[in-house]
Design a protein around this ligand. Structure first.
Ligand SMILES: Cc1cc2nc3c(=O)[nH]c(=O)nc-3n(C[C@H](O)[C@H](O)[C@H](O)COP(=O)(O)OP(=O)(O)OC[C@H]3O[C@@H](n4cnc5c(N)ncnc54)[C@H](O)[C@@H]3O)c2cc1C
Length: 293
């Protein structure tokens, strides 16, 4: 690991940049310099900076040289994605392996140029807002590996955020994302409105998966994300239609949508009536596309 002051100054203040080559280097640097900010692709840290001098924290740790964080591993029932793998590489390597909804989610993000830098780990670690990947990772039951000097823990994505903030402890880094491989014959992702980094309130991310067999719903999961809100996911709502026959009757659909609307009002008071209406239309569209055989 080396610290370089050559790449400074940025503006009037100097930035120290650490370049760890191994995970152990990284973890000991994190321990010694808890103030140093990890940087993966840098697309979030540097977005919206148009002035002559970049605004950078006092210390940065680059993650991109650490081979272990750039690996993708495949076992029988899951794929492990290193936190520092760019989205484009996940798209090409995972094309025939990863759930289609995850690929669709990544393809909806930014441009191919940005996706060649932007990492999945960086997207997950953005604090205080719901990004496009979060609802999808939630319903797929993905898990996150965090490591710090002397310890590692796996956290389900479903328990990884409180009030939009990632529960990452001081000194920790996100090292791997584990994606379970299951058979979902219905996979549906939509992002409506502007992108989640624009800072506007008009983003809606909807992700749903279902398993159906012989025109019966055997499993259904869906999640809704919007800027600055916690993800909406309600297991009780998800189980309401399990065991029901496809096509669902208009009575079943109307009852479900009324229930969901009330639920969204209670649990997502910040979601505008317009966004609520869009969420209900997306659910309606999902139901009308369930395979009836
Ligand atoms: C034009 C544009 C359009 C975009 N559109 C979308 C969109 O539609 N949907 C969407 O979801 N996103 C969108 N994004 C955001 C983009 O997905 C993120 O900027 C990107 O994924 C972040 O990854 P990165 O590697 O560049 O992270 P960085 O910018 O390097 O880091 C992001 C944050 O995560 C922290 N961090 C990074 N890696 C780790 C780690 N391993 N452990 C701990 N902390 C870490 C950093 O300290 C920083 O706080 C867009 C970005 C741009 C520039």
């Amino acid at each position: 690991m080396a610290a370089s002051d050559e790449l400074t100054p940025r503006g009037r203040e100097e930035t120290t940049i650490f370049f760890p080559q191994t995970i152990n280097d990284l973890l000991s640097t994190r321990k010694q310099r808890p103030d140093a900010v990890p940087v993966a692709g840098g697309t979030w840290l540097l977005h919206n900076q148009s002035s002559r001098f970049l605004k950078l924290p006092k210390a940065l740790i680059t993650l991109s040289a650490i081979e272990e964080l750039r690996r993708i591993g495949h076992s029988g029932n899951h794929v492990d994605i290193g936190a520092c793998v760019p989205l484009n590489r996940i798209l090409s390597t995972g094309k025939n392996i990863l759930p289609q909804i995850l690929l669709d989610t990544f393809e909806s993000i930014a441009t191919p140029g940005i996706r060649s830098l932007a990492t999945l780990g960086g997207n997950i670690c953005i604090q205080g807002r719901t990004m496009s990947t979060h609802p999808t990772l939630h319903i797929l039951d993905a898990r996150l590996e965090f490591r710090k000097a002397g310890g590692a823990r796996w956290v389900p994505v479903t328990h990884s955020r409180t009030d939009g903030k990632l529960c990452i402890e001081p000194g920790e880094v996100l090292t791997r994302i584990r994606i379970p491989l299951e058979n979902w014959n219905v996979q549906y992702f939509r992002r409506l409105g502007s992108n989640p980094i624009s800072g506007f309130e008009d983003v809606l991310v909807f992700a749903a998966i279902a398993r159906t067999s012989r025109a019966i719903i055997s499993d259904l999961r869906f999640a809704i994300g919007s800027n600055h809100l916690n993800i909406y996911r309600n297991r009780d709502m998800e189980t309401l239609l399990v065991g029901h026959k496809i096509p669902l009757s208009s009575r079943e659909i109307t009852g479900f949508l009324q229930n969901l609307e009330e639920n969204l009002k209670d649990e997502q008071p910040g979601l505008s009536a317009f966004m609520r209406g869009l969420s209900l239309s997306l659910i309606r569209r999902l139901f009308s596309n369930l395979p009836a055989d």
